[in-house]
Every structure is written in structure tokens, then in C-alpha cells.
Design a protein around this ligand. Structure first.
Ligand SMILES: O=C(O)[C@H](O)[C@@H](O)[C@H](O)[C@H](O)COP(=O)(O)O
Length: 232
């Protein structure tokens, strides 16, 4: 599918531009259906974007926010993506949004993933907006190179839902939406910043196995056009 590169002079300008584009898509969904949904990534990159989006004037009561992936840790943990979203996105105007976590206090990550799949199935598919990040190893969501269930996660035949993933470099066991859950979003975004990530993207866009750089599955097979947002 196609890629469109949106380049900005710095992170602050990118945050404002991405917040404009995402809030416009959410507003269009609200106008069309009365509801809207967005799945966002964790990590360090999205904080400024989250803060910019949180101030946008939308009927946030009707917007569902969830995560593309989560670490198998409670929201009290400083490793929690839920905590990151709570402190940066579920603020200001967006404090009124409905947040659906992936973490559940279950005995195992597998049990938590099963609960997350059931709970998130109530969110209308496809997502109106998905915002992906990318690691320097070419992972996105929790599709890590060498991941325990990577092939299953990237398989288009795998049903929508949340599965577990473990990998070197992932830290705790992960809970991640499958590729099939994310790849047909109304507005599919890859948000990366810095020269290093730009070089990683160029390597991912070259030939090579998806398993080596799982972001390649999105670059090559996503049903939706990919909007790449980048700033130095
Ligand atoms: O849970 C996570 O860590 C994210 O979902 C992950 O996929 C993230 O997007 C990349 O690791 C990039 O992280 P940075 O933005 O910190 O580089």
C-alpha cells in the first residue's frame, strides 16, 4: 500500500500537525457515526503529540482510546503505557474520553490477553486512527524481531484481538494487538523522530525479511495508506 511522508522542522511542529490530522479524523467519525476510536503507542516519542491532542475540541465522551500494545505491568508501574496515556493524553479536553486498557490483573499474560481481546472486541473495527511507533530494531507495537508469537501476530489470517509476545529487548511479557487489528485503520500513522529512526526506516523500506524488521509488514501489507510523520 502507499506511504505519505509528513516532515516537520521539529517535534513540537510535528505534534501540532499530527494532532490536527488525528482530531480531524476523529471529528469526522463522530459526525458520521456518533463514536470514534484511536489506538496509540507507548514509548517516549508520542508525549508531545498526546499533549497537543488532549487540548483539541472534540466530544471526547464519545471517543474510545486504547493502546496498540502494553507491557504486562499494572498501571501503577512506571513501565505502563496506560500510565503514559493517563498522564499525557487523558488530560485537558481529552480527560472525558473512554480509555480501554489492555492490562488486566490476571494470573498470566495469556489470561490478561484473553480478557483484553474480549473487552476490545466491543470497539468497532476498524479503528478510526492507529498511531504506531518504531524501535531502532524495526519493531512496531510489540512485533519484536525474534518474538515468541511474531509469525502469528503478523499473519493476516490471525483474527483481530490481543495476544502475548515475549522477546529479548521487550522487557516484561507484552500484550499486543495483532497486525490484522491495526493495519486497516481509517488513518494509519507511523510516528518517528530523529535521524537514527529515519535511517532505521530506510533499512526497513529496503529488501529483507519481515521477521528481521517487523515494521516491514506494515510498510508492505497494510490495507490502509501509511502516513509517516517524521521530525529531526
Ligand atoms: O510499548 C512500547 O514501547 C511501544 O508501543 C513501542 O512499540 C514503541 O512505539 C517503540 O518501542 C518506540 O518507542 P520510543 O518512542 O520510546 O522510541
Amino acid at each position: 500500500m502507499s506511504e505519505t511522508l509528513h516532515t516537520y522542522e521539529n517535534g513540537a511542529a510535528l505534534a501540532a500537525g499530527l494532532a490536527d490530522a488525528v482530531s480531524a479524523r476523529l471529528a469526522a467519525a463522530l459526525d458520521a457515526r456518533g463514536t470514534a476510536s484511536i489506538a496509540v503507542s507507548g514509548g517516549a516519542t508520542p508525549k508531545a503529540f498526546f499533549r497537543a491532542l488532549a487540548g483539541r475540541d472534540l466530544d471526547w465522551r464519545k471517543v474510545t482510546i486504547t493502546l496498540v500494545d502494553e507491557r504486562f505491568v499494572p498501571p501503577e508501574s512506571d513501565r505502563s503505557n496506560h500510565a503514559l496515556v493517563a498522564s499525557n493524553l487523558l488530560q485537558d479536553e481529552a480527560a472525558a474520553a473512554q480509555f480501554v486498557p489492555l492490562y488486566h490483573a490476571a494470573a498470566t499474560a495469556e489470561a490478561a490477553a484473553a480478557i483484553a481481546s474480549k473487552v476490545t472486541a466491543a470497539i468497532a473495527a476498524p479503528f478510526d486512527v492507529v498511531v504506531l511507533g518504531m524501535g531502532t530494531d524495526g519493531h512496531t507495537a510489540s512485533f519484536f524481531p525474534g518474538g515468541t508469537r511474531l509469525e502469528e501476530a503478523l499473519d493476516p489470517a490471525t483474527p483481530r484481538g490481543v495476544i502475548t509476545m515475549e522477546a529479548d529487548g521487550a522487557g516484561e511479557p507484552r500484550l499486543t494487538f495483532t497486525f490484522s487489528s491495526l493495519q486497516d485503520a481509517g488513518y494509519l500513522v507511523l510516528h518517528i523522530e530523529g535521524e537514527g529512526k529515519r535511517e532505521v526506516l530506510a533499512r526497513a523500506q529496503a529488501s529483507g525479511e519481515e521477521a528481521e524488521m517487523p515494521i516491514r509488514a506494515v510498510l508492505r501489507r497494510a490495507a490502509s495508506p501509511l502516513q509517516i510523520y517524521w521530525a529531526p
